[in-house]
Design a protein around this ligand. Structure first.
Ligand SMILES: C=CC1=C(C)c2cc3[nH]c(cc4nc(cc5[nH]c(cc1n2)c(C)c5CCC(=O)O)C(CCC(=O)O)=C4C)c(C)c3C=C
Ligand SMILES: [Fe+2]
Ligand SMILES: [Fe+2]
Length: 461
């Protein structure tokens, strides 16, 4: 019975594999190869099972805002500098975070002085633990944030202390992006690589899960009940607003985010149609930072356009994140609402984030349980596969399946070779830093230059 269930899931993954998202090919081929015959031999009750929830993290107080922004901009998956300029990552992060902090602090002040992300993620972790227990699969659930407390490193320390032997890694982003789940996985790979205990701990990653029935149905239910608050539910435009990423992530770096987002919207709309809800819908991307092109259409442009087209009823659906956060509470609820009303929309609504919604959490628990056989399977029969599911030694391989830009990077080129001695190198480095700071100052005062063209400097505008 159990085995039949696993087989069915494997087939489901196979189907998904053919959506053309290379990351899935990498992960799922390994899964499919290993799934049969191994499942029966596993008894999870004897194992110390852990689930690691990965999330972004957010400042808890206004003092946290600048250091939080520093952590965010110091991430090479958020500001992707060319190899030659990598040495600028940290000074640039310091600079941009200081310039952006006042504006961000205003935003956080307006939602109560800090991000609710930690509280909500910890509530989700508790709810997931309870759901797993109810499904007879006791597990410890950890929260590892990328840019603020509790940091991923703190979660990993607890995982080691608790002697977890099987770990399911579950990024709390329904769709995969290099800038979110990808960044956290890259960090995990670094942490795992350096630690013998972690290298030997069996683990697997659920890279994205927007296609799961429980998620799709919970989203459809939230939309359905919000539609009913309108006087004429049938006339409401369902407006999916996803967090954007720079276009180059998708078009040059191979980020599957846009494909996954569009697929996700199709699945939710199909579910709504099955429930007899024929409303029009549209998808746009919000929260762009800086002047480089991000995924289009932009949410603000689309709201204006819908107003021009005479749409009067709009229901905003935040689609890329499962907690309330600054971009739902401030950007959507305040800024976009105002813009919509100015653009001629008369009735505005917003679907809440999933949070601890029951069907959703129970489905996440199922996702964890379904992933467990694959954790052990790797270890049982294939040493190489053990390391490849979420590839310790070879996260690089996983990343290379979607990140064509990185794969094509030339070998490291020495920067500024003006001298050959150690001390000459040090001084060359310092001189280069001074030159760059001078360039930065020049760009800030004139508003023009290479960093503006690359879309880096105006991040703090
Ligand atoms: C799927 C969700 C997200 C993607 C994709 C994403 C990409 C991305 N974000 C920035 C820059 C910022 N993000 C900020 C906050 C923030 N981002 C997300 C989610 C995604 N980001 C969330 C949930 C939050 C809010 C956390 C909270 O505290 O509530 C911020 C800080 C806030 C601000 O100053 O506006 C920045 C900056 C980039 C550059 C990027 C892709 C490259
Ligand atoms: Fe963001
Ligand atoms: Fe953002």
């Amino acid at each position: 019975m159990f085995q039949a269930h696993i087989k069915e899931k494997t087939m489901h993954r196979d189907v998904h594999l053919h959506t053309g998202i290379p990351m899935y090919e990498f992960l799922c081929c390994t899964l499919a190869k290993e799934s049969e015959g191994v499942v029966e031999s596993l008894n999870y009750k004897k194992e110390n099972v852990g689930v690691l929830l990965l999330n972004l993290g957010g400042p808890e107080t206004l003092e946290d805002v600048q250091p939080f922004l520093y952590n965010l901009f110091a991430d090479p998956d958020i500001i992707r500098l060319p190899r030659l300029l990598r040495f600028l990552q940290q000074p640039l992060a310091k600079f941009i975070s200081m310039m952006r902090a006042p504006k961000s602090m205003e935003g956080y002040a307006s939602i109560g002085g800090g991000s609710p992300l930690r509280r909500i993620t910890e509530e989700q972790a508790n709810a997931l633990r309870t759901a797993l227990e109810e499904k007879n699969m006791p597990a410890k659930v950890y929260v590892g944030m990328r840019y603020w407390h509790p940091f991923t490193e703190e979660a990993i320390r607890k995982i080691k202390k608790d002697r977890i032997s099987k770990l399911v890694v579950l990024p709390l982003y329904p769709q995969f992006s290099i800038s979110t789940s990808g960044s956290s996985l890259r960090l995990l790979e670094e942490i795992f690589r350096e630690d013998e205990y972690l290298v030997n701990m069996h683990h697997t990653v659920i890279p994205s899960w927007y296609q799961r029935e429980g998620y799709v149905k919970s989203m459809a239910t939230l939309i359905q009940s919000e539609l009913e608050t309108f006087q004429k539910p049938r006339e409401v435009m369902i407006f999916f607003s996803a967090h954007g990423v720079p276009r180059a992530y998708v078009e040059e770096a191979g980020d599957p985010y846009k494909d996954e987002m569009e697929h996700c919207v199709r699945l939710i709309m199909t579910e709504l149609r099955l429930r007899g809800i024929p409303n029009d819908h549209t998808l746009a991307y919000q929260s762009r930072v800086g002047p480089v092109e991000w995924l289009k259409p932009y949410t603000d442009d689309t709201i204006r356009e819908l107003g021009r087209r005479g749409v009067k009823n709009l229901l905003a659906v935040p689609i890329s994140f499962v907690s309330e956060h600054i971009e739902t509470l401030e950007e959507i609820d305040v800024e976009y609402r105002e813009l919509a009303l100015e653009s001629g929309i008369r009735n505005w609504g917003r679907v809440p984030a999933l949070g601890c919604e029951e069907t959703f959490i129970r489905d996440l628990a199922d996702a964890v349980i379904e992933a467990l056989p694959y954790v052990g399977a790797m270890a049982v029969s294939n040493l190489e596969a053990r390391q490849s599911l979420i590839p310790l030694g070879s996260v690089g391989e996983l990343l290379a399946t979607y990140d064509t830009q990185r794969r094509e990077l030339p070998p490291p080129v020495p920067v500024w070779e003006w001298g050959w001695t150690k001390s000459a190198e040090t001084w060359n480095g310092r001189a280069a830093m001074l030159a760059v700071l001078a360039l930065l100052l020049l760009e800030v005062s004139t508003g023009q230059g290479i960093l503006h063209q690359m879309g880096i400097l105006p991040l703090f505008h």
